[in-house]
Design a protein. Structure first.
Length: 160
């Protein structure tokens, strides 16, 4: 049996770096992922598809390792100073389906960055455990994403 934990997160922040620089970092998957905590391994599967393997979390007796793959597509409109980086889940790899997008907007003196993530993580535990496990998994994922954003804000010279 397995429990499915749904993830739906959204963040918005402004950074000091120029939109083109922000887009360059966020559209370069290995560079962007280098700022994400607890990634054990990132594998380029070709065709814009990357497999993420996260470090195991939990205790020696009960632990979870999230593995998933997503296909990335990036687009930058230099005339408007806007960019998007989008990723969609790839089925059949690992125990999670994760998708989302970055939206990058040039505000002249700063860059507005919006992040949206949606996903489902399969946890190999009995259904009776869902009420206990789901909030823990959601909270852990949220903490990792917030640390990722903090790391990116530092990379981009701080918040504007």
């Amino acid at each position: 049996m397995a429990i499915t934990v749904k993830i739906d997160l959204g963040y918005e922040f402004d950074v000091k770096a120029k939109a083109a620089e922000v887009f360059e970092v966020l559209s370069d998957v290995p560079e962007s992922v280098s700022h994400f905590p607890k990634v054990e391994k990132l594998t380029d599967l070709g065709g814009g598809v990357y497999q993420w393997e996260m470090e195991k979390v939990g205790t020696a007796q009960v632990n979870i390792q999230t593995i998933y793959a997503s296909k990335y597509v990036s687009k930058y409109e230099s005339a408007k100073g806007q960019g998007t980086v989008k990723w969609t889940p790839v089925k059949g790899i690992g125990n999670a389906l994760v998708g989302g997008n970055w939206k990058i907007v040039d505000n002249k003196k700063s860059t507005n960055v919006t992040l949206a993530i949606q996903g489902e993580i399969e946890v190999p535990l009995p259904g009776l455990m869902k009420m206990v496990v789901a909030p823990v998994v959601e909270g852990e994922f949220e903490k990792l994403v917030e640390k990722y954003i903090d790391n990116l804000i530092k990379r981009f010279g701080g918040e504007a």
